[in-house]
Design a protein around this ligand. Structure first.
Ligand code: NAD
Ligand code: IPM
Ligand code: MN
Length: 359
């Protein structure tokens, strides 16, 4: 039976960037005779509008049956005031959790053509190739208790719980160590162990695992505040970073800017078997939605990650990455990565340019 992909375009710029990515998917499917099929489903605000919930059962069932999921982005001002438990973002968190996608890989790679688009000096970012491994189904995003309660004096109090069990820490650390083996052999574990017990356990567990099973890995540790600083001071000191859900969310947006734009950062969210959901790291960008302004490259590069990690089609994955490089060589840029002397194009034109480069 042919392998099947579920596409969830989502909200805001989601449908625009996904249309561009779908063109590219169709082309590689044909060019490399992959024989994949795909279908579309609703997630986020689009699903709320149609079904009243951000993750309808029909979407979740289709996602469970599919071999891989490709996601655009969810959320937007239209749904920001509805009841918290059925907001678009909860749909995204639920699908991650239901599919057990605990390992989120967020590679921040600077295409040399974009050295001028980075907010850092070219000499600081030239050759940047780091991988953030973010735990995605635990920590403060999912910890109980959580909520907003009213205190005796009548004032409200919001609360969340950051929690990690050793088994959760071990499985994400293993992913980071195994990825590092294929790269520079270095892992930096990011914590706040000087303050938070949950990350004290994180640090100890990662240290013990490295000593027992990964003696060849060069493991270091850094507090998250320092890591945020080091990422803009000297990002090339890093190879693989491994961290919890919240720190990983924040540090990956920061790392995105080193590559020129968050519009360049793809991601893979994997379960223990390598099944995955693939999505850009950015959101639905309501400020530019519907204007053909969004950069579709993060989504297109997420297609490449899907080919690599779920389908083991390294040649096809590389072909997409090479085509993206070729388009950048031609001086074509969406607004977010625009710099002097380059040609500004829209979302759709960028998709078509990658398509042409693939031929
Ligand atoms: P965002 O990532 O949507 O946008 C931040 C800034 O980056 C905006 O100025 C936006 O225009 C720009 N940007 C983002 N993607 C871009 C692209 N492809 N090309 C060019 N510019 C791009 O983050 P936000 O504004 O904090 O959140 C907006 C909505 O998206 C919220 O509802 C949020 O919850 C949601 N969100 C969803 C996801 C997801 O679905 N994975 C991720 C992050 C945020
Ligand atoms: C991301 C997003 C999500 C997250 C939100 C929309 C739930 O910011 O994928 O980075 O915080 O994980
Ligand atoms: Mn985020």
């Amino acid at each position: 039976m042919s392998q099947h992909i579920l596409i969830l375009a989502g909200d805001g710029i989601g449908p625009e960037i996904m249309a561009a990515a779908e063109l590219v998917l169709a082309r590689v499917n044909e060019k490399f005779a992959l024989g994949y099929t795909w279908s579309h489903g609703l997630l986020g605000g689009a699903a709320i509008d149609a079904h009243g919930v951000p993750l309808p059962d029909v979407t979740l069932d289709a996602a469970k049956k599919a071999d891989a999921v490709l996601l655009g982005a969810v959320g937007g001002p239209k749904w920001d005031t509805i009841e918290r438990s059925i907001r678009p973002e909860r749909g995204l968190l639920k699908i991650r959790s239901e599919l057990n996608l605990f390992a989120n890989l967020r590679p921040a790679i600077l295409y040399p053509q974009l050295a001028d688009a980075s907010s850092l000096k070219p000499e600081i970012v030239a050759g940047l190739d780091i991988l953030i491994v973010r735990e995605l189904t635990g920590g403060i995003y999912f910890g109980q208790p959580r909520g907003i309660r009213t205190l005796e004096n009548g004032e409200k109090q919001g609360f969340n719980t950051d929690v990690y069990a050793e088994s959760e820490i071990k499985r994400i650390a293993k992913v980071a160590f195994n990825m590092a083996k294929l790269r520079g052999g270095k892992v930096c574990s990011i914590d706040k162990a000087n303050v938070l017990e949950v990350t004290e356990l994180w640090k100890q567990t990662v240290t013990d695992l490295a000593a027992a099973e990964y003696p060849e890995i060069q493991l270091s540790h850094m507090y998250v505040d320092n890591a945020a600083m080091q990422l803009v001071k000297n990002p090339k000191q890093f190879d693989v970073l491994v961290t919890g859900n919240l720190f990983g969310d924040i540090l990956s947006d920061e790392a995105a800017m080193l590559t020129g734009s968050i519009g360049m950062l793809p991601s893979a969210s994997l379960d223990e078997q390598g099944k995955g959901m693939y999505e850009p790291c950015h959101g639905s960008a309501p400020d530019i939605a519907g204007q053909n302004l969004a950069n579709p490259l993060a989504t297109i590069l997420s297609v490449a990650m899907m080919l690599r990690y779920t389908f083991k089609q390294e040649v096809a994955a590389k072909a997409i990455e090479t085509a993206v490089g070729a388009v950048l060589d031609q001086g074509l840029r969406t607004g977010d990565i625009m710099s002097a002397g380059m040609t500004k194009i829209g979302t759709q034109e960028m998709g078509e340019a990658v398509l042409k480069a693939l031929a």
